[in-house]
Design a protein around this ligand. Structure first.
Ligand SMILES: [Zn+2]
Ligand SMILES: [Zn+2]
Length: 292
């Protein structure tokens, strides 16, 4: 299984000289298996634009599956710019948590209303189908097996476990690792273990965990309850999950490359004290990880 990052930034795209190293596109990840014969797309942030151009250029796989974690703007804003939708011969299947988006079609249709976008979905040339997902109900797409869990973010946000043959990875972006903020403004290991048991169990045994690490602990203190994690909680959580590899994801849009270097160093040194078997690294645009 091969995982490639097309977008990893939280909240809003940040082009420019301060985001050259880690990239400025909002979340989009492609997962391939069977030597690239099949793939899935997770989330449709601004990173999906470039991926769509690549798919049309290659003109190889016409059946595309996009799985959405939740409908926050940074996870769906790239859809109207996804070229296969405007190209004959493609079939685009969009999957999303059903509870919050009673009709998944709203993801596309609302953001293409005339007040927001010059043309509506009637200009699409591909076929498009929508599927509502139920939490905890396993499903299969192509030769991938998937499952979902509601995480700690706005209601109806899912994390996904994607498995293929004997490998798996968990995509857990936009997740606030719980702790008792009213008692102590800093997460601690024991509380993280106790309050996040469902998510830890869901991730256990995975070869790769991609997890939200939006803030430094200092910035996080001002944003408790905003649905994101800091370096400390991400390291504690990962040490309990014990994945083969950990990738830090969904950086604050205000952080420069230099600041991300610092938060990654901080998380890595804490993690190595807690569990030195986990290989952890920062997500970057175009980073490709192969699980074999
Ligand atoms: Zn987000
Ligand atoms: Zn979100």
């Amino acid at each position: 299984m091969e995982i490639k990052i097309y977008g990893n930034r939280g909240s809003i795209p940040v082009p420019g000289e301060l985001s050259v190293k880690y990239g400025g596109n909002t979340p989009c990840v492609r997962v391939c298996n069977d030597n690239g014969k099949n793939y899935l797309i997770l989330d449709a942030g601004s990173g999906i634009r470039e991926l769509g151009n690549e798919i049309v250029r290659q003109n190889r796989i016409k059946n595309i599956d996009i799985i959405i974690t939740h409908s926050h703007w940074d996870h769906i804003q790239g859809l109207p710019f996804f070229k296969p939708l405007y190209t004959e011969g493609f079939l685009v299947n969009v999957y999303a948590p059903g509870d919050t988006m009673k009709i998944v079609e709203d993801i596309i249709n609302i953001q293409m209303l005339p007040k927001y976008f010059p043309v509506g979905p009637e200009v699409f040339k591909s076929k498009i189908k929508y599927f509502n997902l139920e939490e905890g109900k396993p499903f299969e797409i192509k030769s991938f097996k998937l499952n979902s869990i509601q995480n700690h973010h706005s209601p109806g946000t899912f994390s996904y476990k994607v498995s293929s043959k004997d490998k798996s990875f968990v995509f857990m972006t936009d997740n606030e690792i719980y702790f008792e903020a009213e008692k102590n403004k800093t997460p601690d290991l024991e509380t993280v273990a106790r309050l996040n048991k469902d998510l830890i169990d869901f991730c256990k045994g995975t070869d790769l965990l991609i997890h939200d690490m939006m803030y430094t602990p200092e910035d996080y203190r001002e944003r408790i309850g905003w649905g994101h994690s800091c370096t400390k909680s991400a390291a504690y959580f990962a040490s309990l999950v014990n994945p083969g590899k950990l990738i830090y994801f969904h950086y604050d849009p205000d952080y420069t490359d230099e600041q991300i270097d610092e938060i990654v160093d901080e998380a890595q040194s804490l993690l190595s004290e807690l569990n030195d078997k986990i290989e952890s690294f920062p997500s970057k645009q175009n980073l490709t990880i192969t699980l074999k």
